[in-house]
Design a protein around this ligand. Structure first.
Ligand SMILES: [Zn+2]
Length: 251
């Protein structure tokens, strides 16, 4: 990073901390040294086995190895396996949205620890983490890609590589908020493309897509489909949180 960029990044961080001092994402109190109070994590529902071997949908009891949920039984997703650290619900919503839209990163170290736990089974043979890209117009408006921030932290903690230049978002899609399962699918169809410069780097390789929320899996599915068509061998997906009850789809 050159000097000008370093100064502007530091200036932006100072601006954020001045306008939005690091406060608890839940109570509004000034954050502790670790940013988020320990008791907050007690409210999160962590996701673990047993779950659908493909999409990671949690099962109430162990039904044996390689069991699929009803939806994946009908049609397997384009990605091979999706896993998430915790359930997206009213307790985790504020945390995730503060990270996604507010740019607050106080919880990143804790997020990284739990996502690393959830993704452990996916890391063997993985040749790189691919953050779900934003369209350039959205990136300009938000100024950062939360999936890239998360991917960098997971990569550092697990000695993996981040590959942010493999996939690009070629369609400026409308927000997925408020859309049905099929509406979300239609909205992201054709949204991604593998960069021409990366086409050889994709063939026969294994990747993990990184995103903040798995809602219906439509975005991850569209991105995985693009990579598989370009010749990727295995495409898994790892997210911070996952909607389990479709009624709690974020807006
Ligand atoms: Zn499933």
């Amino acid at each position: 990073m050159n000097r000008v960029k370093r100064i502007s990044a530091a200036g932006f961080s100072f601006f954020l901390d001045t306008v939005f001092p690091p406060r608890s994402l839940i109570t509004g109190d000034v954050a502790s040294a670790h940013g988020i109070e320990a008791e907050l994590w007690a409210h999160l529902s962590f996701l673990d086995a047993p779950c659908c071997v493909a999409c990671g949908f949690p099962f109430d009891y162990d039904m044996g190895l390689d069991v699929l949920c009803g939806r994946c039984e009908i049609k397997r997703p384009a990605y091979d396996r999706a896993r998430a650290a915790f359930k997206y619900d009213n307790d985790s919503r504020k945390l995730v949205l503060a990270f996604k839209h507010g740019g607050r990163q106080e919880g990143l170290a804790v997020f990284t620890k739990h996502v690393s736990r959830a993704g452990r089974a996916l890391f063997a043979g993985c040749e790189g983490l691919i953050p779900i890209p934003l369209h350039p117009s959205r990136l300009r408006a938000r100024r950062y890609n939360q999936s890239l921030i998360l991917a960098r932290a997971i990569a550092k903690a697990n000695d993996l590589e981040v590959l942010p230049d493999i996939v690009q978002r070629v369609k400026a899609t409308a927000s997925q908020g408020g859309k049905s399962y099929s509406g979300r699918k239609r909205n992201v169809a054709g949204a991604f493309a593998v960069r021409a410069s990366a086409s050889q780097a994709v063939k026969g390789r294994n990747f993990i897509l990184i995103d903040d929320v798995y809602t219906t899996g439509a975005t991850l599915n569209a991105c995985a489909k693009t990579l598989k068509r370009a010749g990727a061998a295995r495409v898994d997906a790892l997210t911070l949180s996952r909607v389990v009850n479709p009624q709690s789809v974020p807006t």
